[in-house]
Design a binder for this molecule. Structure first.
Ligand code: NAP
Length: 462
Protein backbone atom coordinates (compact mmCIF):
# COMPACT_ATOMS: atom_id res chain seq x y z
CA UNK A 1 0.00 0.00 0.00
CA UNK A 2 1.44 3.43 -0.89
CA UNK A 3 2.61 5.61 1.99
CA UNK A 4 0.32 8.44 0.84
CA UNK A 5 -2.80 6.26 0.99
CA UNK A 6 -1.77 4.86 4.38
CA UNK A 7 -1.24 8.36 5.77
CA UNK A 8 -4.54 9.63 4.36
CA UNK A 9 -6.39 6.76 6.07
CA UNK A 10 -4.42 7.43 9.28
CA UNK A 11 -5.51 11.07 9.02
CA UNK A 12 -9.17 10.04 8.63
CA UNK A 13 -8.79 7.72 11.65
CA UNK A 14 -7.26 10.57 13.69
CA UNK A 15 -10.11 12.93 12.77
CA UNK A 16 -12.58 10.21 13.85
CA UNK A 17 -10.74 9.91 17.21
CA UNK A 18 -11.07 13.66 17.76
CA UNK A 19 -14.79 13.73 16.86
CA UNK A 20 -15.19 10.62 19.02
CA UNK A 21 -13.67 12.41 22.01
CA UNK A 22 -15.87 15.44 21.35
CA UNK A 23 -18.92 13.15 21.37
CA UNK A 24 -17.86 11.63 24.66
CA UNK A 25 -18.09 15.02 26.38
CA UNK A 26 -21.91 14.75 26.64
CA UNK A 27 -24.08 11.78 27.63
CA UNK A 28 -26.44 12.38 24.67
CA UNK A 29 -23.64 12.12 22.10
CA UNK A 30 -21.47 9.63 24.01
CA UNK A 31 -22.69 6.49 22.19
CA UNK A 32 -22.07 8.12 18.79
CA UNK A 33 -18.67 9.37 20.02
CA UNK A 34 -17.74 5.87 21.13
CA UNK A 35 -18.77 4.49 17.73
CA UNK A 36 -16.75 7.11 15.83
CA UNK A 37 -13.67 6.31 17.93
CA UNK A 38 -14.17 2.58 17.34
CA UNK A 39 -14.49 3.07 13.56
CA UNK A 40 -11.30 5.20 13.63
CA UNK A 41 -9.46 2.47 15.53
CA UNK A 42 -10.76 -0.22 13.16
CA UNK A 43 -9.44 1.75 10.17
CA UNK A 44 -6.09 2.36 11.87
CA UNK A 45 -5.63 -1.32 12.79
CA UNK A 46 -6.77 -2.57 9.38
CA UNK A 47 -4.43 -0.30 7.42
CA UNK A 48 -1.51 -1.10 9.72
CA UNK A 49 -2.09 -4.84 9.23
CA UNK A 50 -2.34 -4.51 5.45
CA UNK A 51 0.64 -2.14 5.25
CA UNK A 52 3.13 -4.08 7.33
CA UNK A 53 3.49 -7.73 6.50
CA UNK A 54 6.11 -8.32 9.19
CA UNK A 55 4.20 -10.60 11.52
CA UNK A 56 2.17 -13.50 10.07
CA UNK A 57 -1.61 -13.23 10.27
CA UNK A 58 -1.73 -16.54 12.19
CA UNK A 59 0.27 -15.03 15.05
CA UNK A 60 -1.89 -11.90 15.00
CA UNK A 61 -5.05 -14.07 15.11
CA UNK A 62 -3.72 -15.96 18.15
CA UNK A 63 -2.94 -12.63 19.87
CA UNK A 64 -6.44 -11.35 19.06
CA UNK A 65 -8.17 -14.46 20.40
CA UNK A 66 -6.12 -14.56 23.63
CA UNK A 67 -6.43 -10.78 24.19
CA UNK A 68 -10.16 -10.65 23.40
CA UNK A 69 -10.87 -13.63 25.69
CA UNK A 70 -9.05 -11.99 28.61
CA UNK A 71 -10.84 -8.70 27.86
CA UNK A 72 -14.31 -10.27 27.75
CA UNK A 73 -13.61 -12.28 30.93
CA UNK A 74 -12.50 -9.14 32.81
CA UNK A 75 -15.38 -7.00 31.50
CA UNK A 76 -17.95 -9.59 32.62
CA UNK A 77 -16.31 -10.46 35.95
CA UNK A 78 -15.23 -7.06 37.28
CA UNK A 79 -17.64 -5.30 39.61
CA UNK A 80 -18.55 -1.68 38.84
CA UNK A 81 -16.84 -0.59 42.07
CA UNK A 82 -13.58 -2.26 40.97
CA UNK A 83 -13.49 -0.35 37.69
CA UNK A 84 -10.65 2.02 38.73
CA UNK A 85 -8.36 -1.01 39.25
CA UNK A 86 -9.27 -2.37 35.82
CA UNK A 87 -8.57 0.97 34.14
CA UNK A 88 -5.24 1.06 36.00
CA UNK A 89 -4.42 -2.44 34.78
CA UNK A 90 -5.18 -1.44 31.18
CA UNK A 91 -2.93 1.64 31.47
CA UNK A 92 -0.18 -0.59 32.83
CA UNK A 93 -0.50 -3.02 29.92
CA UNK A 94 -0.31 -0.07 27.50
CA UNK A 95 2.97 1.00 29.13
CA UNK A 96 4.37 -2.56 29.03
CA UNK A 97 3.39 -2.92 25.35
CA UNK A 98 5.28 0.30 24.55
CA UNK A 99 8.40 -1.01 26.32
CA UNK A 100 8.32 -4.33 24.43
CA UNK A 101 7.44 -2.90 21.00
CA UNK A 102 10.14 -0.20 21.27
CA UNK A 103 12.75 -2.80 22.31
CA UNK A 104 11.81 -5.10 19.41
CA UNK A 105 12.01 -2.18 16.98
CA UNK A 106 15.41 -1.15 18.36
CA UNK A 107 16.80 -4.70 18.05
CA UNK A 108 15.48 -4.94 14.49
CA UNK A 109 16.87 -1.57 13.43
CA UNK A 110 20.25 -2.31 14.99
CA UNK A 111 20.42 -5.68 13.20
CA UNK A 112 19.53 -4.09 9.84
CA UNK A 113 21.35 -0.74 9.86
CA UNK A 114 23.77 -0.95 12.82
CA UNK A 115 23.48 2.83 13.34
CA UNK A 116 19.86 3.88 13.75
CA UNK A 117 18.97 7.59 13.55
CA UNK A 118 19.08 9.52 16.83
CA UNK A 119 15.31 10.13 16.51
CA UNK A 120 14.71 6.36 16.80
CA UNK A 121 17.05 5.77 19.74
CA UNK A 122 15.84 8.82 21.70
CA UNK A 123 12.21 7.76 21.15
CA UNK A 124 13.12 4.20 22.24
CA UNK A 125 14.63 5.54 25.46
CA UNK A 126 11.48 7.61 26.10
CA UNK A 127 9.29 4.53 25.46
CA UNK A 128 11.35 2.36 27.80
CA UNK A 129 11.42 4.97 30.56
CA UNK A 130 7.79 6.16 30.49
CA UNK A 131 6.40 2.70 29.65
CA UNK A 132 8.18 1.00 32.59
CA UNK A 133 7.17 3.72 35.05
CA UNK A 134 3.58 3.42 33.79
CA UNK A 135 3.49 -0.37 34.06
CA UNK A 136 4.95 -0.67 37.55
CA UNK A 137 3.23 2.47 38.84
CA UNK A 138 -0.10 1.07 37.62
CA UNK A 139 0.57 -2.33 39.20
CA UNK A 140 1.18 -0.67 42.59
CA UNK A 141 -1.90 1.56 42.16
CA UNK A 142 -4.09 -1.49 41.35
CA UNK A 143 -2.55 -3.40 44.28
CA UNK A 144 -3.40 -0.54 46.64
CA UNK A 145 -6.98 -0.30 45.42
CA UNK A 146 -7.44 -4.08 45.54
CA UNK A 147 -5.96 -4.32 49.04
CA UNK A 148 -3.00 -6.42 47.84
CA UNK A 149 -0.49 -3.66 48.70
CA UNK A 150 -0.76 -1.45 51.80
CA UNK A 151 -2.90 1.57 51.01
CA UNK A 152 -0.98 3.67 53.56
CA UNK A 153 1.54 6.13 52.10
CA UNK A 154 4.94 4.38 52.40
CA UNK A 155 7.36 7.09 53.45
CA UNK A 156 11.03 6.78 54.43
CA UNK A 157 14.07 8.95 55.00
CA UNK A 158 15.95 9.82 51.80
CA UNK A 159 12.89 9.09 49.64
CA UNK A 160 13.53 11.99 47.26
CA UNK A 161 17.24 11.08 47.04
CA UNK A 162 16.37 7.51 45.98
CA UNK A 163 13.96 8.75 43.31
CA UNK A 164 16.38 11.34 41.92
CA UNK A 165 19.21 8.76 41.85
CA UNK A 166 16.99 6.32 39.95
CA UNK A 167 15.99 9.03 37.47
CA UNK A 168 19.64 10.01 36.95
CA UNK A 169 20.48 6.31 36.43
CA UNK A 170 17.74 6.14 33.75
CA UNK A 171 19.15 9.25 32.03
CA UNK A 172 22.70 7.81 32.01
CA UNK A 173 21.50 4.43 30.64
CA UNK A 174 19.44 6.32 28.03
CA UNK A 175 22.43 8.41 26.96
CA UNK A 176 24.50 5.21 26.57
CA UNK A 177 21.85 3.72 24.28
CA UNK A 178 21.69 6.85 22.13
CA UNK A 179 25.48 6.98 21.74
CA UNK A 180 25.93 3.24 21.39
CA UNK A 181 22.68 1.63 20.12
CA UNK A 182 24.30 -1.77 19.54
CA UNK A 183 24.74 -2.23 23.31
CA UNK A 184 21.12 -3.28 23.72
CA UNK A 185 21.71 -4.41 27.33
CA UNK A 186 21.67 -0.71 28.36
CA UNK A 187 18.02 -0.65 27.26
CA UNK A 188 17.19 -3.41 29.74
CA UNK A 189 19.18 -1.63 32.48
CA UNK A 190 17.09 1.47 31.74
CA UNK A 191 13.88 -0.60 31.92
CA UNK A 192 14.93 -2.15 35.26
CA UNK A 193 15.78 1.25 36.81
CA UNK A 194 12.57 2.85 35.47
CA UNK A 195 10.55 -0.09 36.84
CA UNK A 196 11.91 0.49 40.36
CA UNK A 197 11.26 4.22 39.88
CA UNK A 198 7.61 3.47 38.95
CA UNK A 199 7.15 1.50 42.19
CA UNK A 200 8.92 4.20 44.25
CA UNK A 201 6.80 6.98 42.76
CA UNK A 202 3.45 5.41 43.68
CA UNK A 203 4.26 3.70 47.02
CA UNK A 204 4.38 7.02 48.99
CA UNK A 205 0.88 8.00 47.81
CA UNK A 206 -2.12 6.96 49.96
CA UNK A 207 -4.64 4.46 48.55
CA UNK A 208 -7.25 7.20 48.76
CA UNK A 209 -5.55 9.14 45.98
CA UNK A 210 -5.14 6.18 43.62
CA UNK A 211 -7.98 7.22 41.26
CA UNK A 212 -6.12 10.49 40.54
CA UNK A 213 -2.83 8.60 40.16
CA UNK A 214 -4.52 6.24 37.70
CA UNK A 215 -5.72 9.21 35.62
CA UNK A 216 -2.14 10.52 35.61
CA UNK A 217 -0.73 7.10 34.66
CA UNK A 218 -3.29 6.99 31.86
CA UNK A 219 -1.68 10.16 30.55
CA UNK A 220 1.79 8.56 30.87
CA UNK A 221 0.65 5.48 28.93
CA UNK A 222 -0.39 7.85 26.10
CA UNK A 223 3.03 9.52 26.14
CA UNK A 224 4.73 6.11 26.04
CA UNK A 225 2.59 5.17 23.02
CA UNK A 226 3.51 8.47 21.32
CA UNK A 227 7.21 7.75 21.83
CA UNK A 228 6.68 4.25 20.39
CA UNK A 229 4.93 5.91 17.44
CA UNK A 230 8.16 7.82 16.75
CA UNK A 231 10.16 4.58 17.04
CA UNK A 232 7.89 2.82 14.53
CA UNK A 233 7.37 6.03 12.52
CA UNK A 234 3.66 5.39 12.72
CA UNK A 235 1.69 8.65 12.53
CA UNK A 236 -1.60 7.34 13.88
CA UNK A 237 0.12 5.95 16.98
CA UNK A 238 1.78 9.34 17.57
CA UNK A 239 -1.58 11.14 17.29
CA UNK A 240 -3.60 8.60 19.32
CA UNK A 241 -0.92 8.54 22.03
CA UNK A 242 -0.90 12.34 22.21
CA UNK A 243 -4.69 12.40 22.55
CA UNK A 244 -4.52 9.91 25.43
CA UNK A 245 -1.66 11.87 27.02
CA UNK A 246 -3.54 15.17 26.80
CA UNK A 247 -6.93 13.83 27.89
CA UNK A 248 -5.34 11.99 30.84
CA UNK A 249 -3.73 15.18 32.11
CA UNK A 250 -6.97 17.18 31.60
CA UNK A 251 -8.89 14.55 33.60
CA UNK A 252 -6.25 14.60 36.35
CA UNK A 253 -6.60 18.36 36.51
CA UNK A 254 -10.42 18.22 36.69
CA UNK A 255 -10.25 15.67 39.52
CA UNK A 256 -7.71 17.72 41.47
CA UNK A 257 -9.82 20.89 41.05
CA UNK A 258 -13.01 19.12 42.20
CA UNK A 259 -11.14 18.04 45.36
CA UNK A 260 -9.55 21.48 45.72
CA UNK A 261 -6.08 19.91 45.69
CA UNK A 262 -3.02 20.59 43.60
CA UNK A 263 -1.37 17.77 41.68
CA UNK A 264 1.74 18.28 43.83
CA UNK A 265 -0.40 17.81 46.95
CA UNK A 266 -1.79 14.55 45.54
CA UNK A 267 1.68 13.25 44.59
CA UNK A 268 3.53 14.35 47.73
CA UNK A 269 0.81 15.25 50.25
CA UNK A 270 0.04 11.89 51.88
CA UNK A 271 -3.75 12.52 51.81
CA UNK A 272 -5.72 9.57 53.12
CA UNK A 273 -3.46 9.14 56.15
CA UNK A 274 -5.55 11.62 58.14
CA UNK A 275 -6.31 10.33 61.62
CA UNK A 276 -9.79 11.03 62.86
CA UNK A 277 -8.96 13.41 65.67
CA UNK A 278 -12.30 14.98 66.52
CA UNK A 279 -14.24 13.53 69.40
CA UNK A 280 -17.25 11.84 67.80
CA UNK A 281 -19.39 12.54 70.86
CA UNK A 282 -18.83 16.30 70.52
CA UNK A 283 -20.28 16.18 67.04
CA UNK A 284 -23.01 13.55 67.20
CA UNK A 285 -23.99 12.76 70.82
CA UNK A 286 -27.70 13.34 71.41
CA UNK A 287 -28.11 15.13 68.11
CA UNK A 288 -28.73 12.27 65.68
CA UNK A 289 -32.34 11.69 64.60
CA UNK A 290 -33.03 8.30 63.03
CA UNK A 291 -35.91 7.83 60.66
CA UNK A 292 -37.67 4.93 58.93
CA UNK A 293 -38.63 4.18 55.32
CA UNK A 294 -42.29 4.75 56.26
CA UNK A 295 -41.51 8.24 57.62
CA UNK A 296 -39.46 9.06 54.51
CA UNK A 297 -42.35 7.89 52.30
CA UNK A 298 -44.66 10.30 54.16
CA UNK A 299 -42.18 13.15 53.72
CA UNK A 300 -42.00 12.45 50.01
CA UNK A 301 -45.79 12.37 49.69
CA UNK A 302 -46.04 15.96 50.81
CA UNK A 303 -43.03 17.16 48.76
CA UNK A 304 -43.13 18.93 45.41
CA UNK A 305 -39.41 18.95 44.60
CA UNK A 306 -36.98 16.22 45.62
CA UNK A 307 -33.24 16.15 45.00
CA UNK A 308 -31.25 12.93 45.23
CA UNK A 309 -27.52 13.26 45.90
CA UNK A 310 -25.84 9.93 45.17
CA UNK A 311 -22.36 8.92 46.31
CA UNK A 312 -20.03 5.97 46.59
CA UNK A 313 -22.48 4.05 48.83
CA UNK A 314 -25.06 3.94 46.01
CA UNK A 315 -22.45 2.19 43.86
CA UNK A 316 -21.54 -0.24 46.66
CA UNK A 317 -25.19 -1.10 47.28
CA UNK A 318 -26.03 -1.15 43.55
CA UNK A 319 -29.13 0.86 44.48
CA UNK A 320 -29.58 2.60 41.11
CA UNK A 321 -32.45 0.41 39.85
CA UNK A 322 -34.37 0.81 43.11
CA UNK A 323 -33.75 4.57 42.79
CA UNK A 324 -35.25 4.47 39.29
CA UNK A 325 -38.36 2.80 40.68
CA UNK A 326 -38.73 5.58 43.23
CA UNK A 327 -38.11 8.15 40.46
CA UNK A 328 -40.97 6.69 38.35
CA UNK A 329 -43.28 6.44 41.35
CA UNK A 330 -42.77 10.07 42.37
CA UNK A 331 -42.97 11.22 38.74
CA UNK A 332 -46.39 9.52 38.39
CA UNK A 333 -47.62 11.62 41.34
CA UNK A 334 -46.27 14.86 39.83
CA UNK A 335 -43.35 15.12 42.25
CA UNK A 336 -40.15 16.27 40.55
CA UNK A 337 -37.06 14.23 41.37
CA UNK A 338 -33.71 15.51 40.14
CA UNK A 339 -30.20 14.26 40.83
CA UNK A 340 -27.36 16.46 42.09
CA UNK A 341 -24.12 15.08 40.70
CA UNK A 342 -20.85 16.04 42.32
CA UNK A 343 -17.86 15.72 39.94
CA UNK A 344 -15.94 13.44 42.34
CA UNK A 345 -18.84 11.51 43.88
CA UNK A 346 -18.00 7.81 43.89
CA UNK A 347 -14.57 6.53 43.02
CA UNK A 348 -14.05 7.45 39.38
CA UNK A 349 -14.99 10.31 37.10
CA UNK A 350 -18.57 10.01 35.86
CA UNK A 351 -19.24 7.13 38.30
CA UNK A 352 -22.72 8.37 39.26
CA UNK A 353 -23.67 9.31 35.69
CA UNK A 354 -22.82 5.80 34.49
CA UNK A 355 -24.83 4.10 37.26
CA UNK A 356 -27.87 6.32 36.77
CA UNK A 357 -27.72 5.95 32.98
CA UNK A 358 -27.57 2.16 33.48
CA UNK A 359 -30.85 2.46 35.42
CA UNK A 360 -32.44 4.57 32.62
CA UNK A 361 -32.72 7.80 34.62
CA UNK A 362 -33.17 10.54 31.96
CA UNK A 363 -30.05 12.73 31.45
CA UNK A 364 -32.20 15.86 31.75
CA UNK A 365 -32.79 15.07 35.42
CA UNK A 366 -29.07 14.96 36.21
CA UNK A 367 -27.96 18.36 37.48
CA UNK A 368 -24.37 19.48 37.86
CA UNK A 369 -23.19 20.68 41.26
CA UNK A 370 -23.69 24.42 40.58
CA UNK A 371 -27.18 23.91 39.16
CA UNK A 372 -28.13 21.78 42.19
CA UNK A 373 -26.83 24.41 44.59
CA UNK A 374 -28.73 27.22 42.91
CA UNK A 375 -31.96 25.16 43.22
CA UNK A 376 -31.39 24.16 46.85
CA UNK A 377 -33.69 26.83 48.36
CA UNK A 378 -36.66 25.36 46.44
CA UNK A 379 -36.03 21.73 47.38
CA UNK A 380 -38.44 20.17 49.90
CA UNK A 381 -36.54 16.94 50.53
CA UNK A 382 -32.96 16.01 49.70
CA UNK A 383 -32.20 12.28 49.79
CA UNK A 384 -28.49 11.61 50.17
CA UNK A 385 -27.76 8.06 49.03
CA UNK A 386 -24.39 6.81 50.28
CA UNK A 387 -22.65 10.17 49.82
CA UNK A 388 -20.56 11.71 52.58
CA UNK A 389 -17.54 13.89 51.69
CA UNK A 390 -19.26 15.59 48.75
CA UNK A 391 -21.96 16.98 51.09
CA UNK A 392 -19.81 17.65 54.16
CA UNK A 393 -20.28 21.34 55.22
CA UNK A 394 -16.88 21.20 56.96
CA UNK A 395 -15.40 21.90 53.52
CA UNK A 396 -16.88 25.40 53.80
CA UNK A 397 -16.31 26.00 57.50
CA UNK A 398 -13.03 24.41 58.64
CA UNK A 399 -9.89 25.65 56.88
CA UNK A 400 -7.84 22.92 58.60
CA UNK A 401 -9.97 20.08 57.26
CA UNK A 402 -8.44 17.83 54.58
CA UNK A 403 -11.40 18.73 52.35
CA UNK A 404 -11.22 22.50 53.12
CA UNK A 405 -12.25 24.50 50.08
CA UNK A 406 -13.55 21.48 48.17
CA UNK A 407 -16.77 22.57 46.45
CA UNK A 408 -19.69 20.58 47.88
CA UNK A 409 -23.40 20.14 47.20
CA UNK A 410 -25.01 22.34 49.86
CA UNK A 411 -27.69 19.87 50.99
CA UNK A 412 -27.69 21.42 54.46
CA UNK A 413 -29.49 24.41 52.91
CA UNK A 414 -32.54 22.33 51.89
CA UNK A 415 -35.68 22.18 54.08
CA UNK A 416 -35.21 18.51 55.01
CA UNK A 417 -32.28 16.17 54.37
CA UNK A 418 -32.57 12.39 54.58
CA UNK A 419 -29.17 10.66 54.67
CA UNK A 420 -29.12 6.97 53.79
CA UNK A 421 -26.01 5.13 55.00
CA UNK A 422 -25.28 2.17 57.24
CA UNK A 423 -23.62 3.97 60.17
CA UNK A 424 -21.98 7.25 61.17
CA UNK A 425 -18.65 6.08 59.67
CA UNK A 426 -16.64 8.61 57.72
CA UNK A 427 -16.22 8.44 53.94
CA UNK A 428 -13.14 8.52 51.74
CA UNK A 429 -11.48 11.53 53.42
CA UNK A 430 -11.73 9.87 56.85
CA UNK A 431 -13.46 12.79 58.59
CA UNK A 432 -16.75 13.15 60.44
CA UNK A 433 -19.70 14.98 59.00
CA UNK A 434 -21.62 17.51 61.15
CA UNK A 435 -24.42 17.46 58.58
CA UNK A 436 -25.71 14.27 60.23
CA UNK A 437 -26.31 16.20 63.48
CA UNK A 438 -28.13 19.20 61.98
CA UNK A 439 -31.72 19.99 62.95
CA UNK A 440 -33.01 19.48 59.42
CA UNK A 441 -31.23 16.12 58.93
CA UNK A 442 -32.79 12.67 59.38
CA UNK A 443 -30.61 9.56 59.25
CA UNK A 444 -32.01 6.46 57.53
CA UNK A 445 -29.54 3.82 58.66
CA UNK A 446 -29.17 0.76 56.42
CA UNK A 447 -27.98 -0.51 53.08
CA UNK A 448 -28.91 2.00 50.37
CA UNK A 449 -30.66 -0.50 48.10
CA UNK A 450 -32.74 -2.07 50.90
CA UNK A 451 -33.69 1.34 52.30
CA UNK A 452 -34.83 2.67 48.92
CA UNK A 453 -36.75 -0.55 48.21
CA UNK A 454 -38.50 -0.30 51.58
CA UNK A 455 -39.30 3.37 50.95
CA UNK A 456 -40.82 2.41 47.58
CA UNK A 457 -43.02 -0.23 49.28
CA UNK A 458 -44.06 2.24 52.00
CA UNK A 459 -44.83 4.92 49.37
CA UNK A 460 -47.01 2.49 47.39
CA UNK A 461 -48.88 1.44 50.54
CA UNK A 462 -49.39 4.98 51.82
P1 NAP B 1 -17.60 8.91 50.50
O1 NAP B 1 -17.28 10.20 51.12
O2 NAP B 1 -16.49 7.95 50.29
O3 NAP B 1 -18.74 8.24 51.41
C1 NAP B 1 -19.38 7.09 51.01
C2 NAP B 1 -20.34 6.67 52.10
O4 NAP B 1 -21.10 5.60 51.58
C3 NAP B 1 -19.64 6.15 53.35
O5 NAP B 1 -19.63 7.11 54.37
C4 NAP B 1 -20.44 4.88 53.70
O6 NAP B 1 -20.99 5.03 55.01
C5 NAP B 1 -21.56 4.85 52.67
N1 NAP B 1 -21.83 3.49 52.21
C6 NAP B 1 -20.97 2.53 51.86
N2 NAP B 1 -21.63 1.43 51.51
C7 NAP B 1 -22.94 1.68 51.63
C8 NAP B 1 -24.12 0.93 51.44
N3 NAP B 1 -24.09 -0.35 51.01
N4 NAP B 1 -25.31 1.52 51.65
C9 NAP B 1 -25.36 2.79 52.09
N5 NAP B 1 -24.27 3.56 52.32
C10 NAP B 1 -23.07 3.00 52.09
O7 NAP B 1 -18.31 9.07 49.09
P2 NAP B 1 -18.68 10.37 48.25
O8 NAP B 1 -19.50 11.32 49.05
O9 NAP B 1 -19.22 9.84 46.96
O10 NAP B 1 -17.31 11.09 48.01
C11 NAP B 1 -16.34 10.58 47.14
C12 NAP B 1 -14.99 10.74 47.75
O11 NAP B 1 -14.07 10.01 46.93
C13 NAP B 1 -14.53 12.18 47.80
O12 NAP B 1 -13.76 12.41 48.97
C14 NAP B 1 -13.65 12.29 46.56
O13 NAP B 1 -12.67 13.31 46.66
C15 NAP B 1 -13.03 10.92 46.54
N6 NAP B 1 -12.52 10.57 45.21
C16 NAP B 1 -13.35 10.48 44.18
C17 NAP B 1 -12.86 10.21 42.93
C18 NAP B 1 -13.75 10.19 41.71
O14 NAP B 1 -13.22 10.24 40.61
N7 NAP B 1 -15.04 10.13 41.88
C19 NAP B 1 -11.51 9.96 42.75
C20 NAP B 1 -10.67 10.04 43.86
C21 NAP B 1 -11.20 10.32 45.08
P3 NAP B 1 -21.36 3.75 55.88
O15 NAP B 1 -20.14 2.90 55.95
O16 NAP B 1 -21.80 4.32 57.20
O17 NAP B 1 -22.48 3.06 55.17
Amino acid sequence: MSTTIVNIIYLIASVLFIFGLKGLTHPKTAVRGNLLGAVGMFLAVLVTLLDRNIVSFEIIAVGLIVGASIGVFLAVKIKMTDMPQLVGLFNGFGGAASVLVASAALIEVVLVTKTPAAQITIATVASGLIGSVTFWGSMVACGKLQGLVTDKPVRYKGEQFVKITLLLGCIVAGALIVTNPEAIHYYWILVALASVLGVMLVMPIGGADMPVVIALLNSYSGLAATATGFVLQNNVLIIAGSLVGASGIILTNIMCKAMNRSLANVLFGGFGEVDVIEDVDDIYAGKIKSTSPEEVAMLLESARKVLVVPGYGMAVAQAQHAVNELFNLLGAKGITMDFGIHPVAGRMPGHMNVLLAEADIPYDNLLEMDASNSLMGQIDVVIVIGANDVINPVARTDPKSPIAGMPIIDVDKAKTVVVIKRSLSPGFAGIHNPLFALDNTLMLFGDAKTMIQETVIAFKEA
